[in-house]
Structure formats: C-alpha cells, structure tokens
Design a protein around this ligand. Structure first.
Ligand code: ATP
Length: 386
C-alpha cells in the first residue's frame, strides 16, 4: 500500500507530516461543471476531519481524488508531505471505506479481512496474526468463520472497517460509511468509530451530509458548498459562530427573519421590528438585504401580557422530544418561529395559546441574505400542528 516515491516529489518534512493530507488549489471538472472548485484544505496528522454538505457539493469527488480514483484538473494533493498525483490508488498510504460494505459473500469474515494481504502474498502465518488483530480492533474476532450474510449491517460495516485498517494506512477515507444503518446502530457506531480513531491515531477523512454525525465525531468540520469550503473549524465553533447564513442553516436549526440592514449597521429591520445582533462573517451595508438568525434553543416562552421585548404569537403545535419541548409559534410571518425549550421548565401549552417569544440580542446573528434558505425551507423538522 505504501509506495516508494522519488525524493524529488517530497515537498515537506515527511516525518512531521506523517498522516497529514494537504489539498492545494484543487479543481475537478466534469465537462464544464466544476465538481470541486479551487479547494485548499490541510488535514492534520491524526485528525478526524469531516467533509459536510448537501448532495452534489463535491464531498465524494474530493475524497476520491485523495484516494486516487479521480485525477484533479488543477492543483496538488500531498499525503504525509509527498505529492501523490503520480501514484495509483494502491500505492497511496490510504484506504477507503464505502457506504456499501462491498464484502465478498462467498468468503468468510476472516478471508474477507485477509484479502488484501493475500493479494500481496503476505505469508499465511503473518496473515493469521494480522487478521486476528484487525478483528480485535472492531471486537469481532469470534465472528471470523461466519459469512457476511450471517452478520447484521453494523457488523458487516465493522468488518469492512477492519479490512480497511489491516494495513494500518496513514489515512482512512470514509464515504458515508454509516448511512445504511438504522439510527440507533448509527449512533453506537459513531461512538465506536471515534474511539477507534483516537486509539489508533489514524487520520480519518469522513464524508457525510448528516450534521449531527459530523458534530458528534469530528475534531474539525469542513462545510462544503458548490465545490468549495465555506467554513472550516471545530464543531463547537461552527455551531456558535457560523460564518454565513448557509453554514448557519446547515449546522443545527435556525429561525431566519429576512429584512434590510438598519441605518446603524448593527441590526436588521424586519417584519418583527428592528432586530439588533452580531454579524457572522461578511458585514453588509445599511439598506442592503440581510437576515437575522435566532436558534430555537435561544428563544424563551413567556407570559403574553408581559410588556417588553420579543414578539407575541399563537402556539401552532407542540411536540415532545424527551428532555426538550419543541413549539411552533405563529408570529404573523409567512414562516413560523420554532422554539426549543427544556421540557420540565416549559409552560403547559396547547395549540391556540397566546404566548410571547423572547430572546437576548447577544444570541442573534446577522448574515448577508445570500445563502440563506428560502422561506419555504428554512425551518426543518417542524412538529405537526396538533
Ligand atoms: P452526494 O452526497 O450526493 O454523494 P457529493 O457532495 O459527494 O454528493 P459529488 O459526488 O462529489 O458530490 O458530486 C459533485 C458534483 O459532480 C455533482 O454535481 C455531481 O453530479 C458531479 N459528478 C460527480 N461524479 C461525476 C461523474 N463521474 N461524471 C459527471 N459528473 C459527476
């Protein structure tokens, strides 16, 4: 798997960069369409980095170029400090786990895991030791003699993982590996994967369109849009300080209230009044289109007769999400306001109740309108009105 490369292609100190992936100004065209557009990204050695974004934003194409299954039209890709553009996939220090487990049905678990070693004619005794170790990594040694059809989906994916890790690649590329699993299993596997990655210290580049998955596992998340990276940061930082309306809408939920920038430049004039807040990303000039964004968990529900800030509305629906209560409120806008509040502290509410939604200006972010979702789609997972 690890190939020897001419010294001339070494551009950095390979020892300190071992396991790092450096993508520099990479573009990939399909016909005239740019699947990846001048993308630059440094994945640190030993890091769990997720590429997150909607379908078609270029995540898989980026991963496939690192793996060597696609060739960039421009730019360079280095793994462990060496340019890999002249190396075929099997000579790069990477391995890939796909959504479809791609196990051979006629081979046992152990034979599936050993396949790569067999191809490279590794001696049988060494194969046995390494297969045992690889199955231990995913706690499935006792399943060695089973066929893939005798395993659950989660177990099959763990086998695919152990097969990909058997050669201890410097970098593991994972393309939506948990997408086919049901929710509970997916959440268990997220934890397992993260623990495994931390234990092995292998660099993981993980492709997903599931923000919860990216938030729960990653050291850093690259939010992609139209072949580019819109924001790259730690999950908590991206959640707290999204750099654009696009990122704000993609990570967590938001109430977007459209309007124009107030004359003081620090608020948005909206149908709910002047909403002061703090700019996220680009600052927009007074009079130009912008949105004020408030996360559902930053809105409190209070007595409608209390005078003061916020906005009065009518409860449309209430849904219980275990610890939290999700409430949809009609505040007289085309879009409804979504509020999430701790269930024990929430007032007893029914559809039709009069209520006041209150928030602190410190929790309001202002964004350029460009990239904000349309009013028809900006609130997701709405509770059905009762
Ligand atoms: P998904 O989550 O749906 O897999 P993605 O973010 O991984 O999406 P890519 O698969 O990288 O996106 O695709 C990026 C763009 O490139 C899309 O517009 C896609 O239609 C296009 N594309 C990808 N592969 C090819 C190909 N082999 N030929 C032509 N166009 C392609």
């Amino acid at each position: 798997m690890t190939g020897t490369v001419p010294a001339s292609t070494m551009t950095r100190d390979a020892a300190t960069d071992a396991g790092g992936v450096s993508i520099e100004g990479v573009t990939k065209l399909y016909g005239s369409a740019k699947a990846v557009d001048d993308l630059t990204l440094d994945v640190r050695p030993g890091e769990f980095l997720s590429l997150l974004g909607p379908s078609g934003c270029g995540k898989t194409t980026t991963l496939r170029m690192i793996a060597g299954f696609e060739y960039p039209d421009a730019g360079d890709i280095r793994i462990s400090g060496r340019s890999v553009l002249n190396l075929p996939p099997h000579r790069r220090e990477v391995n890939t786990v796909f959504q479809a487990y791609a196990l051979f049905p006629h081979l046992t678990v152990a034979e599936n895991v050993a396949y790569g070693l067999q191809q490279r004619r590794v001696p049988k005794s060494e194969q046995r030791t390494r297969v045992g170790e690889a199955l231990d990594m995913v706690q499935l040694r006792s399943f060695a003699d089973r066929k893939p059809t005798q395993l659950s989906g989660g177990q099959q994916q763990r086998i695919a993982l152990s097969r990909a890790l058997i050669n201890r690649p410097s970098v593991l590329l994972l393309d939506e590996p948990l997408a086919a699993l049901d929710r509970q299993l997916r959440e268990e596997m997220q934890l397992e994967l993260k623990l495994l990655q931390a234990r092995l210290g292998t660099t993981f580049v993980f492709v997903t369109h599931d923000q919860a998955e990216a938030l729960s596992m990653s050291d850093r998340i690259a939010v992609m849009r139209a072949g580019r990276i819109e924001q790259l940061d730690a999950p908590a930082a991206i959640y707290a300080e999204p750099a654009s309306a696009y990122v704000a809408s993609f990570i967590g939920q938001q109430n977007f209230i459209p309007g124009t920038v107030h004359s003081d430049g620090a608020a948005v004039d909206t149908a709910l009044g002047v909403l002061p807040g703090r700019w996220g990303g680009e600052v927009v000039a007074a009079g130009r289109a912008a949105v004020a964004a408030i996360r559902p968990e930053f809105i409190r529900l209070e007595d409608p007769l209390r005078q003061g800030d916020g906005v009065r509305g009518t409860v449309l629906g209430v849904s219980h999400l275990g610890e939290t209560l999700q409430v949809l409120v009609d505040v007289g806008l085309e879009q409804k306001m979504l509020v999430r509040t701790p269930a024990p502290a929430a007032p007893v509410l029914q559809p039709g109740d009069d209520i006041r939604c209150v928030w602190d200006a410190a929790d309001v972010r202002l964004f350029a309108a460009e990239g904000a979702p349309s009013t028809a789609t900006h609130v997701i997972n709405l509770p059905a009105p009762a």
